[in-house]
Design a protein around this ligand. Structure first.
Ligand SMILES: [Zn+2]
Ligand SMILES: [Zn+2]
Length: 388
C-alpha cells in the first residue's frame, strides 16, 4: 500500500466513525503517514505482534488452533506464522481474524543458508539450493517482501543443525532484517555438550537474553547510512518437545510474551484484507519498534522528530531542517540511548527525552531496564537535503 493509499485509508476511517476496530489499542501520540513531508493530524494506533512462528506444517509442535489459543491468552494483536517453505495455512483459508487475533501467514524460505522470511505472497516459493538472490528476487517479483531471518547467529539449537549466517545483507532487494530473535539470542554461544549451561538456560531463560548481536547491529548501522533498512523482532517459535512431551522449549504461550514487534498504524477495521495491508505496510516501512515485553510491556513507547506542528514517525526518511527536535517517550523510566550513525550521542535514565538536533543523521533509540535490553527502535533517517 502506498502512502497515498494509506492517507485514503485514514480519511475513510475518519469519515466512517461507526467502524470499530476489533481490538481497541491505546491511541499513540504519533501522527500518520505524510503528504509531501508534512504529517496529517490523525491518531495512529499501536499494535503488538509475534513474528516468526513454526507449526506442524514444518518443524513446530503445535497446530494452528493451539498457536491461536496461545496468542489470545497472551493478548497480542497479530501473529505471523512462517513455516519452513510452506504456506499451507493460507492455502487452507486459515489466514484472518481468529478469536480476536489476526493470523497472517508468511513463509520462511529455508535452504541451508540465508533463511528469508517472505511475507505477502499467495504462493509458496520452493528453495533452490542456496540461491539467495533467486529467492529474494522471486519474492519481489510476486509482489511480496521479506526480511533476512536470524542473519548472524553462532548458536546451536537443540537437536538442530547450526543456523548459518547470511552471505551479505548489503543489497537493496532485501526488504529488512530480523534484528532480534528470541530463540537465537537464547541459544547464542550454547554448545550442545555443555549440559550444565543448557539446564541453566532452560531454568532461567531470561538470564541468557543479551539482545541482538553486536556484529549485526554494526552491520545494520552501516547499511542505514546508505538506505532505509527496516528491522523487526522475531521469536522463531518451534515449541519443540523433549522427554515424551514433558519438556517444551519453549511453549508458544511463553514465547508470545517475549519479543514482539510493535507497529504504529491506522486502526484495524476488522477485515483481513485491510488489516493485513496495514501491518505489512508498517513492517515494510519500518514504522515499528522491537520490544522484549516480558521485561515490561513497551506499549506507549514513541520516538519521533518534531518541527513546529510537523511530526515524522520512526522509519521515515526526510531532509534535515534547523529547529528539529527528537522526542522519546518511554512507558516507564529506562536507560535510553540516542544513537546517531551508529554512535551514542546521548544517554540518560528517563521517561521522556527531548533532544534538539543540529545536523542530519540516522537516529535510533535503544532502551534498557535493569541492564537488560528492552527496546530497539527503527531509525529516523534525517538526510541532507540533497540526499532525499
Ligand atoms: Zn531459520
Ligand atoms: Zn524459523
Amino acid at each position: 500500500m502506498s502512502e497515498e493509499q494509506l492517507d485514503l485509508l485514514f480519511d475513510r476511517k475518519r469519515q466512517d466513525s461507526g467502524e470499530k476496530s476489533p481490538r481497541q489499542s491505546a491511541p499513540s501520540e504519533s501522527q500518520p503517514g505524510p503528504a509531501n513531508d508534512v504529517e496529517k493530524p490523525s491518531a495512529l494506533r499501536e499494535y503488538a505482534g509475534a513474528i516468526h512462528i513454526h507449526t506442524r506444517y514444518s518443524d513446530g509442535s503445535g497446530d494452528i488452533d493451539r498457536v491461536v489459543t496461545a496468542a489470545k491468552k497472551c493478548g497480542i494483536d497479530f501473529i505471523i506464522i512462517s513455516d519452513h517453505n510452506s504456506i499451507k495455512h493460507k492455502l487452507k483459508g486459515r489466514e484472518g481474524w481468529q478469536d480476536n487475533v489476526l493470523v497472517l501467514v508468511g513463509q520462511e524460505i529455508s535452504p541451508k543458508k540465508n533463511h528469508y522470511l517472505a511475507l505477502g505472497l499467495d504462493e509458496r516459493i520452493k528453495p533452490h539450493r542456496n540461491d539467495l538472490w533467486r529467492h529474494v528476487a522471486q519474492v519481489q517479483e510476486k509482489g511480496g517482501f521479506g526480511f533476512a531471518a536470524h542473519p548472524i547467529s553462532n548458536g546451536r539449537r537443540l537437536g538442530q543443525a547450526k543456523v548459518r549466517p547470511w552471505v551479505s545483507l548489503d543489497d537493496e532487494r532485501i526488504g529488512g532484517i530480523e534484528l532480534w530473535s528470541y530463540m537465537i539470542d537464547w541459544a547464542c554461544g550454547l554448545s550442545r555438550y555443555d549440559v550444565k549451561e543448557l539446564i541453566r538456560r532452560i531454568k532461567n531463560p531470561a538470564e541468557a537474553i543479551r539482545g541482538p548481536s553486536d556484529e549485526l547491529i554494526l552491520e545494520w548501522d552501516r547499511l542505514t547510512r546508505k538506505r532505509r533498512m527496516p528491522v523487526i523482532g522475531g521469536i522463531d517459535a518451534h515449541a519443540k518437545r523433549y522427554f515424551f512431551g514433558r519438556l517444551t522449549i519453549f511453549p508458544y504461550e511463553f514465547l508470545f510474551k517475549t519479543i514482539r514487534t510493535h507497529i504504529l498504524a491506522p486502526a484495524f477495521d476488522g477485515t483481513l484484507q485491510t488489516d493485513k495491508l496495514v501491518i505489512y505496510e508498517a513492517l515494510r516501512e519500518g514504522r515499528c519498534f522491537i520490544a522484549y515485553d516480558q521485561l515490561y510491556p513497551a506499549n506507549g513507547f514513541n520516538f519521533k522528530c518534531v518541527l513546529d506542528d510537523h511530526v515524522w514517525n520512526i522509519g521515515r526518511q526526510f531532509p534535515f531542517q534547523p529547529g528539529m527536535r527528537l522526542e522519546i517517550v518511554s512507558p516507564r523510566e529506562a536507560d535510553l540511548w540516542l544513537i546517531k550513525n551508529g554512535a551514542v550521542v546521548h544517554k540518560s535514565t528517563d521517561r521522556k527525552l527531548i533532544y534538539p538536533i543540529h545536523s542530519p543523521g540516522v537516529y535510533r533509540v535503544k532502551a534498557a531496564l535493569n541492564h537488560k535490553p528492552w527496546i530497539y527502535s527503527n531509525p529516523l533517517y534525517i538526510r541532507h537535503k540533497t540526499d532525499v
